[in-house]
Design a protein around this ligand. Structure first.
Ligand code: AP5
Length: 232
């Protein structure tokens, strides 16, 4: 997705704390990348952090590898600790974008408890409502950069050079969990927790539904316009 003119300048956010929620392939990571550049707040993806741990064969990486390969959630305590430590870093003091966390009501409660201790809270939860046919097409064509985590799609957002990352020139890969059977499992795991998670944020009055079916550019423009009008 092309960068907006504004993203070059960046628009420093004043305390924007977002959660992006939605099924696998909804486009959370793609929007998080551009929103992070636009508002100069870090994109915190539990999926990216866990995949890096697996690649580097850290203790956590060894522990979570089999869960991820099966398309199951890794244990709540592991991801919660990762997120709590990450949001405590100085670059997240003006805000952050959580992508892929929380994943169930228990994680949402743990997050709120941890943030309460820091006297901050989530401002907005964006729910990417996305149709099944769109999800399948997106995941089958997705390619990712193992080094800088940039996200591409063979048709929707191809790299300039075949299979090579525009940003860091690494060879792009297909994620192991984008195989058809694992995608089915991930979608089922997501569905199981969706209602509880949406219900939790609805009662807090911070849930905003957006269309994950829109093109990446259209969705980005509409998010920026709504943040400008109503705040996050
Ligand atoms: P994670 O990496 O979080 O995967 P996910 O939630 O399944 O989401 P995806 O990354 O698949 O999709 P996305 O919505 O970010 O879509 P993207 O922008 O890439 O988690 C992976 C695993 O880690 C889990 O299964 C679990 O094991 C573990 N894990 C992670 N967090 C956890 C947690 N909190 N608790 C427990 N376990 C956890 O887009 C997809 C494709 O579509 C790309 O090719 C992109 O170019 C294209 N695209 C995106 N938007 C558009 C658009 N609007 N129009 C056209 N094409 C688009």
């Amino acid at each position: 997705m092309p960068e907006s003119n504004n993203s070059k300048k960046g628009k420093k956010s004043n305390g924007m704390r977002l959660v992006l929620l939605g099924p696998p392939g909804a486009g959370k990571g793609t929007q998080a990348e551009v929103l992070s550049a636009e508002y100069e707040i870090p994109h915190i993806s539990t999926g990216d952090i866990l995949r890096e741990a697996v690649r580097e064969e850290t203790e956590i990486g060894k522990e979570v590898n089999s869960f991820m390969e099966r398309g199951e959630l890794v244990p709540d305590n592991i991801v919660t600790e990762i997120v709590v430590n990450r949001v405590a870093k100085p670059d997240a003091s003006r805000g952050f974008i959580l992508d892929g966390y929380p994943r169930n009501k228990g994680q949402a409660e743990s997050l709120d408890k941890a943030l309460e201790g820091k006297k901050i809270r989530i401002d907005r939860v964006l729910y990417f409502k996305t149709s099944q046919s769109v999800i399948i097409k997106r995941l089958s064509g997705r390619r990712v950069c193992p080094k800088c985590n940039s996200i591409y799609h063979l048709k929707n957002n191809p790299p300039k050079k075949d299979e090579i990352c525009d940003r860091c020139a690494s060879k792009l890969l297909q994620r192991k969990d984008d195989k058809e059977d694992t995608v089915k499992k991930r979608l089922a795991v997501y569905k199981e927790a969706e209602e509880g998670l949406l219900g939790y944020y609805k009662t807090k009055n911070i849930l905003k539904e957006v269309s994950g079916d829109l093109s990446a550019e259209k969705l980005f423009r509409s998010l920026k316009a709504s943040f400008k009008k109503e705040g996050p």
